[in-house]
Ligand binder design. Sequence first.
Ligand SMILES: [Zn+2]
Length: 276
Amino acid sequence: MKNFNIDKMKTNLINGLAHYTMESNLDSIDMNSLLGKELKIHFKKEINCTNCNTLIKKSYGGGYCYPCSSKLAECDMCILKPELCHFANGTCRQPAWGEANCMIPHYVYIANSSGLKIGITRSTQIPTRWMDQGAVAALPILKVSTRYQSGIFEKLFASEINDKTDWRKMLKGNIEEIDLLEKRQEIFEMFGDDIDQLEQKFGTNKIEILEQSEVTTIKYPVLEYPEKVSSLSLDKYTDVGGILKGIKGQYLLFDSGVINIRSHTGYKIDLEYLRG
Ligand SMILES: [Zn+2]
């Protein structure tokens, strides 16, 4: 029996198809190969902090105990809102972590997840970030030197472009195609003056306008999309599962409903293969 604490699924983009794996106590589970099979996830009523492993009743900040969530830089508000990065003030919770993760090149991208969205990511997280969001296509439009700078651009563009994914819509499939190259052009025209000003502010050698970058398209291992998206949570049900119909973003799509794996980080489970 495989029992392990849930962590976000790892992704690999191979020939345009997202491949998912989960790390169990015994092995690395190739999730794509489980499509069409009947699975059961049994919650063992134990959650462990993903940082310090302490047994906790409730997880904070996506898988942490309360002390870790209030102490780690990766749990700070500026991770959700990069425009609030306070590294420059000398108040980063963990300057070495900030140095390694925030004070490095970032991309501002546009993507089609449940429609057009704007987002940012570390250069090392391409294309992982896009698969985690269930994007079917993505295009980097700016390369900047720090997380903070990416946040300022994102906030600027978010005045006109959605910065969130409607996950229910994303999980229904049939996402209408968007010409991202055309959208990039529109954005550069619409925000030309603002981009110039920010380039001046941050230094022209710090900001790279990506006029030639190419669109990445991503397909997902899905046999069938749900007509109605009902959400399964281990806080509500001890056992969830059914026939695995697909995987998209960080969601497993069962015939009985969908479960967001990432939001259960640290939950200890048994994973059983029932049939198929
Ligand atoms: Zn902890």
